[in-house]
Design a protein around this ligand. Structure first.
Ligand SMILES: [Zn+2]
Length: 309
């Protein structure tokens, strides 16, 4: 796989910065890559490893064809060690094994790289063991830690690493990735309107409440769109049982907003103008009232009355 192309497209800033560091031989000894799943953290780890071992880089880009690049791709390079959680955690034995691998490598002892995926899953003893290793590296070692939960990485480890932030995915790319997970286009678009985090979007998509609610809110939208008086009764009959918690109440309005925006965009794509500004404006006002602690039922019923009026 050509990591460079992926990174140039999806993480242009991080990519150009890292490329400069490679060019000027200014790589840090330890990196902590922080950001959502799918944002290119692991691609960057692999790309860096290839930078250090590729036999035929061109313009500071690994060839992806030489024996070293291929061995890295197959996770068979003796100087590149990768650690991923064994079950729910990364255990101290995994870190010790890593250290053992490094100390026994004989004639190939030059640069060494280790990559720890989901580094927040290190248990305390693994983290402490790693910390010692980061403090007293033997030979030339590049350590790369990847995480999507920076807050769960021990501060002592954070302070030993240069932290690199990977931006959330662009909306189109997020939708594309969710589609690859088997999520329908409409749901993927809805999720992308609710969050720009891939991990969060997947979590929401697996939520039972969400999956029921998105269809019920769609029914409400249909009534509202047709200015059907049913839209008013619908609040008490169908929405109230769904809207027990504040977060759920917020999501209901966010979903409704999404359905109206999508309706407007679909008309625009056909070259038609459907003026939904008033509806959109009313939903935004409803969201503000909810935040001002007006009851959900009151806000939703008033919204329905105004839209169907
Ligand atoms: Zn190569």
């Amino acid at each position: 796989m050509e990591e460079g192309k992926f990174l140039a497209e999806y993480q242009p800033l991080v990519y150009s910065q890292m490329k400069k560091n490679v060019e000027h031989e200014r790589l840090a000894h330890a990196y902590l890559f922080e950001g959502d799943s799918g944002t290119g953290k692991h691609e960057m780890s692999i790309w860096l490893a290839k930078q250090l071992f590729c036999e035929e880089t061109t313009d500071h880009e690994p060839c992806n064809q030489c024996i070293n690049c291929l061995r890295i791709d197959m996770q068979e390079h003796p100087n590149v060690q990768m650690i991923a959680p064994d079950g729910q955690t990364i255990k101290v034995d995994q870190i010790r094994q890593l250290q053992a691998e490094f100390s026994k490598s004989g004639f190939e002892q030059r640069q060494q790289v280790f990559i720890i995926q989901d580094a927040e899953k290190m248990n305390v003893s693994a983290a402490n063991s790693l910390l010692k290793f980061l403090e007293e590296p033997e030979g030339s070692v590049l350590a790369i830690l990847e995480t999507n939960a920076l807050g769960r990485i021990l501060p002592t480890i954070q302070s030993r690493c240069q932290i690199v932030h990977f931006s959330p995915l662009a909306k189109e790319r997020l939708i594309e990735k969710l589609r690859n997970e088997g999520i329908t286009q409409q749901t993927a678009e809805l999720l992308a309107s609710l969050t720009n985090s891939y991990d969060k979007a997947v979590e929401i998509s697996q939520d039972e409440w969400f999956n029921g609610a998105k269809d019920i809110v769609l029914q409400w939208f249909d009534h509202l769109k047709k200015k059907d008086p049913q839209a008013f009764i619908f609040v008490q009959k169908k929405l109230l049982p769904l809207a027990k918690e504040k977060q759920q109440q917020r999501l209901i309005f966010s979903m409704l907003l999404f359905y109206f925006q999508r309706e407007r965009n679909q008309f625009l794509q056909q070259g038609l103008v459907k003026d939904l500004n008033q509806e959109l404006e009313l939903i935004l006002q409803a969201q503000q009232k909810l935040e001002a602690n007006v009851s959900f039922q009151g806000v939703a019923e008033q919204l329905a009355l105004r839209i169907i009026a």
